[in-house]
Design a protein around this ligand. Structure first.
Ligand code: ZN
Ligand code: ZN
Length: 475
């Protein structure tokens, strides 16, 4: 099976003067074992069972919130129960943001309650709320070009619409309005900022998510309304009707909090210091129970690691699964991990985090050294029957591993079908019932296959300090 995959990549390498000794391959026995693991994963329901447990026994996992410690305890206990032989935590500190209450309504052209949610790191409105006319923008660029005389004292409303795509690329539009819009509006003197939710659904459920303030810049109340509410506001504005909104947010930062990344390992039999890394982020937003974002990623890594751990013989390299702290408010867990482990980047052989929902994976992109492409081809032979295509783009390993990739860790990016992801993402609808057990099992099959083959590969994937400096990230 593997041999059929090799000639093309090998021929190109030989033509480029690369000697066979430096080429990374996957032994035939490891390919066979990966196929067996893949088939086992497709019928295994471990990730699904774990995800049901996490979302019903722990619940929502706002970073630093009431369930933070409980989630870490759950993860430690599950790693141990699943047979991970080394389990530990590493501290992660960040400003703790708290949501207390939120409401919004139209005052003009008529009174109407709006479905609203505060953005992470939003400030509170004054007692009694803010009632002000809205000033409408259809894009972030339009807001950037605005004159502060038109914005001062008003509620800035940005209505950039996202469409559903398999690769979810419109999130670039929605997330940039959410993360940058409030700081720009604050600089222009706005009283508050409201956006059309960064989501693709037509339900009256707003999508939360973090916003980024300039370090010394002004901070204002910032929120999202649901898509149908944004449609109503937009239609009223287009008719020339004056639109006034009342916004009441009680939320804000309550000092610093120290949580932790939770790490479990299946120790390698020959090269225990070399690690293959996967995982997800343990925190979630608080509106739903964080099933698809990102309980799925954590349990996929756990289930894939457990399948490898239950083999009679451990793979040569160590399998490390990381449940990252506080991805949502700004990659705090991923950044802390990279800060703690940057000196070991060469030992991080290959990494990929799952953080794009629980629907099937359809594409693999790789950022590895050219000499390791034959090993990626071998992985593709095992993954192609699962419906995974080889992408032509680059990889950053997912949000929480992107800081390690920036340090020089070789990475894969495995793209889930994101068509329905942004219907639920960061809303009250991110719940366990949205998870399809068969699609979740397909993802575990993908992860267990590449991770096992990376752990058994003859040769490395190019991880070294600064190795992928010019390699920007996902395509
Ligand atoms: Zn996520
Ligand atoms: Zn998220």
């Amino acid at each position: 099976m593997m041999l059929r995959a090799l000639p093309c990549a090998l021929f190109a390498l030989f033509a480029a003067g690369v000697s066979a000794a430096t080429i990374t391959t996957v032994p035939e026995a490891a390919v066979k074992q990966a196929i067996a693991l893949r088939e086992q994963a497709l019928t295994d329901r471990q990730a699904y069972t774990l995800l049901e447990s996490l979302t019903t026994e722990v619940g929502p996992r706002l970073a630093g919130g009431v369930n933070d410690q409980k989630a870490r305890d759950w993860t430690v206990a599950k790693f141990k129960a699943l047979g991970f032989d080394k389990v530990w935590t590493e501290p992660v500190t960040y400003p703790k943001w708290v949501r207390r209450s939120e409401s919004a309504s139209l005052v003009a052209p008529f009174a109407q309650q709006l479905a609203v949610t505060a953005l992470g790191y939003s400030t509170a409105t004054p007692k009694g709320g803010i009632t002000a006319p809205i000033v409408f923008f259809d894009s972030l660029d339009a807001l950037k070009a605005a004159n502060s005389d038109d914005v001062k004292g008003k509620i800035v409303f940005v209505s950039a619409r996202m469409r559903a795509h398999k690769d979810g690329h419109d999130y670039g539009i929605g997330s940039s309005v959410r993360s940058r819009g409030p700081a720009i509006a604050a600089k222009l003197g706005a009283a508050a900022f409201v956006l059309r939710s960064a989501g693709t659904d037509s339900h009256r459920l707003p999508h939360t998510g973090v916003t980024q303030w300039d370090p010394d810049g002004k901070r204002i109340p910032a929120a999202a309304v649901s898509n149908p509410d944004a449609d109503l506001i937009e239609a009223a504005v287009r008719r020339g009707q004056p639109v006034q909104m009342k916004l009441q947010l009680d939320c804000g930062v309550e000092g610093d909090y120290t949580g932790a990344n939770v790490i479990g390992e299946i120790t390698g039999s020959e090269k225990p210091d070399e690690v293959v890394v996967m995982g997800g982020h343990l925190d979630s937003w608080d509106l739903g129970t964080g099933a698809i974002d990102d309980g799925a990623g954590v349990t996929i890594g756990m289930a894939a690691g457990a399948l490898i751990g239950h083999l009679p013989q451990a793979p040569k390299r160590t399998i490390r699964v990381i449940a990252f702290a506080n991805e949502e408010a700004g990659l705090y867990g991923g950044k802390a991990y990279a800060a703690a482990h940057r000196n070991e980047v060469a030992q991080h052989v290959l990494g990929s985090e799952s953080d794009f929902g629980s629907d099937r994976i359809w594409r693999l992109n790789a950022s590895v050294k050219p000499e390791a492409l034959p090993a990626i081809d071998a992985m593709m032979q095992v993954l192609a029957p699962l419906g995974v295509e080889r992408g032509s783009g680059r990889a950053n390993g997912g949000p929480d591993l992107s800081p390690m990739h920036a340090e020089g860790m070789a990475a894969l990016s495995l793209t889930n079908d994101g068509t329905r992801y942004f219907d639920y993402h960061h809303t009250a609808d991110d719940t366990f019932d949205k998870v399809d057990p068969e699609q979740l099992a397909q993802i575990v099959a993908v992860y267990v296959s590449w991770a096992y083959m990376a752990a058994e590969a003859d040769g490395d994937f190019g991880s070294a300090p600064g190795a992928f400096k010019r390699d920007g990230g996902d395509e």
